[in-house]
Write a protein that binds this ligand. Structure first.
Ligand code: HCA
Ligand code: CU
Length: 380
């Protein structure tokens, strides 16, 4: 589980997000930010998709980034031929294997898929590039068909095989079982790709790693087709708890917020309130009991340390749930001095007002300030 690689697909899967339109300059900015963050691979839209996509792919290859550059193509010689000329380090090749996609999308049978896959893989390898072969809609594909296809591509030396939960139907246990089974069948690396339709994309990525997967596909904020895929930040949150040294040593976690802000702005969305790590209240503690414990020792109610991400925690002190420990801290932040009994008294005033209406930080601050003033000057 500990060591894993990220295939960052904001510039491929993310371009399939409803709001996404990335001009060349934006793509370059995002690619540089991803590289700086430390992702292992950056996956780009197929150069066969459009002429501009092809040019952008070439431009990003020329940036000389540390991350390896991949492009994502259909399992088709025509696409592969265009892609190998762009300067990428490797190709992610994909074809639908479920009966849904075989019958309603490309119309090919498994024998044809296997023959074409081998031809395309051998061609890409002959050009000295890295190649991954993946089945779209893996979880609704016939298991026996799938495993014999993967065995065949493993034999011809594919670098990675991919499992894709294209429709977001898989549960963590199903993921574990399929990846575990596949682990026993192929010797190459295993990449996984999870859509979030049923809210399992992070859990599924984690279970895939537990079962022996080596590479996880992500996008910034999870943007992608429909409601998207495993978000980079959410995966970081999960994995920094599991493998703190590896994750902190490898990725510049303090750059996460900047990276997310860049992408959020590019696709004109706000970071969701409940986003792991960067949601506005991800490190806000409110109830009196929580606040007291957090002020004593943050580990009581925090599994992530905001400082690891260059962020700070916030102890709420302006609600009817507020306790006097939070107010005491605020009094200190305001540079005022009060005895504990006085803090308790002013806390009661804050709570009394907060019982009548929602109050802002400024309201609570001015209650504290005028209470403090009265202590010294006496009531007017
Ligand atoms: C799609 C393709 C894909 C490919 C995943 C992969 C999927 O349907 O747009 O290459 O592993 O979700 O199946 O994103
Ligand atoms: Cu996808």
């Amino acid at each position: 589980v500990g060591r894993f690689k990220i295939i960052e697909s904001t510039l491929r899967e993310g371009e399939q997000f409803a709001n996404a339109y990335f001009d060349t300059e934006t793509k370059i900015k995002i690619a540089k930010a991803l590289d700086d963050f430390g992702v292992d691979y950056i996956e780009l839209t197929s150069p066969a998709a459009s002429e501009q996509s092809r040019r952008d792919c070439e431009a990003i290859c020329k940036l000389g980034l540390k991350a390896k550059i991949l492009t994502h193509v259909r399992c088709d010689m025509r696409d592969a031929k265009i892609a190998v000329e762009t300067g990428v380090d490797g190709l992610d090749v994909v074809i639908g294997t479920s009966s849904f996609l075989r019958e309603h999308s490309h119309g090919k049978d498994m024998a044809y898929i296997e023959k074409t896959a081998i031809e395309v893989i051998e061609y890409i390898k002959s050009k000295g590039l890295e190649v991954r072969f993946s089945s779209e809609d893996s979880f609704r594909s016939d298991l026996v068909d799938l495993l014999s296809l993967y065995r065949a591509v493993d034999k011809v030396g594919v670098h990675r095989v991919g499992i894709a939960d294209t429709v977001g139907c898989a549960s963590p246990r199903q993921v574990y079982d399929l990846v575990r089974t596949l682990r026993g069948v192929v010797s190459c690396d295993i990449e996984t790709h999870f859509h979030d339709d049923t809210g399992c994309s992070i859990a599924n990525a984690y279970c895939a790693l537990e079962a022996g997967a080596t590479h996880i596909d992500t996008s910034v904020l999870g943007i992608g087709e429909r409601n998207g895929i495993t978000p980079l930040g959410g995966l970081m949150a999960r994995m920094v708890v599991t493998s703190p040294e590896y994750v902190k040593g490898k990725y510049k976690l303090h750059k996460l917020k900047e990276l997310e802000d860049l992408v959020a702005e590019a696709v004109e969305i706000n970071t969701p309130f409940n986003n792991p790590i960067t949601g506005f209240c991800a490190f806000t503690h409110k109830a009196g009991i929580h606040a007291k414990a957090i002020l004593n020792n943050p580990s009581t109610y925090e599994i992530l340390n905001p400082a690891d991400f260059g962020l700070t925690r916030y102890v709420h002190f302006a609600s009817r749930l507020t306790g006097w420990n939070a107010v005491k801290t605020r009094v200190g932040q305001l540079g005022l001095e009060m005895t504990d009994d006085q803090v308790k008294e002013v806390t009661a005033k804050i709570k009394a007002l907060a019982d009548v209406r929602p109050i802002a930080i400024d309201d609570a601050d001015s209650i504290i300030r005028s209470f403090h003033l009265n202590l010294h000057e006496g009531p007017i």
